[in-house]
Design a protein around this ligand. Sequence first.
Ligand code: UDP
Length: 237
Amino acid sequence: MNKGELLYEGKGKKLFLTDDENVLISEFKDDLTAFNAEKKGNEAGKGALNCKISTQLFNLLEKHGIKTHLIKTLDDTHQLVKKVKIIPIEVVVRNIATGSLSKRLAIADGTVLPFALVEFYYKDDSLGDPIINDEHCLLLNLVKSESDLEELKRLGREINAIMKGFFAERKLKLVDFKVEFGVDHEGAILLSDEISPDSCRFWDADTNEKLDKDRFRQGLGNVKVAYEEVLKRILNH
Ligand code: UDP
């Protein structure tokens, strides 16, 4: 499949057209951003690590019946994916309070939540991705109907249940994560974008050491070492 014209460039990936109008090539970049792109960085090899980690997790989820945009991985940094129209809602699922949840509601950092909390954020950089509720989603026509919102919540919870158990077996706590969904040309809702240490928080089960993008955001160093550790645990279970 030929890599055609650049269709879109985001913070972590580029999307290219292909000969097939329903298929795109996704390229994982080495760039890192934090706090709405105010803090920028670059970590050689990060794109390849995220591509491998995301491929493993999408394959795991597919195995459990979650439909995704992934067709196949082409090389270290490229995936062949189904073209979708991204639903501009970031679906965040949390098992442990930290980050913006702790700040907004004064829940102590590290508090284990009594149930998986699902939140919606409006995917709009110029507004700083604000938190929104179901009615905001309908008001802004971000989805067709209320049942689509229920489906996003159900998928978020199911993805969480599958990944939480998978990472627990690998001595990693899945603290929280963000997923995005898209609608394909047949109207199906597919898990899209990526799932990686850029979009999830992973804490070591024994030490609570952070093994995700917070190492960059909080200037803790060893970003690539942490991402390598996550991939190693995924592969060498
Ligand atoms: N997240 C993301 N992209 C965003 C915002 C959040 O991937 O634009 C992920 C983040 O990595 C974390 C979860 O969503 O796993 C919850 O993030 P939070 O709301 O706590 O915001 P943060 O403290 O990361 O700014």
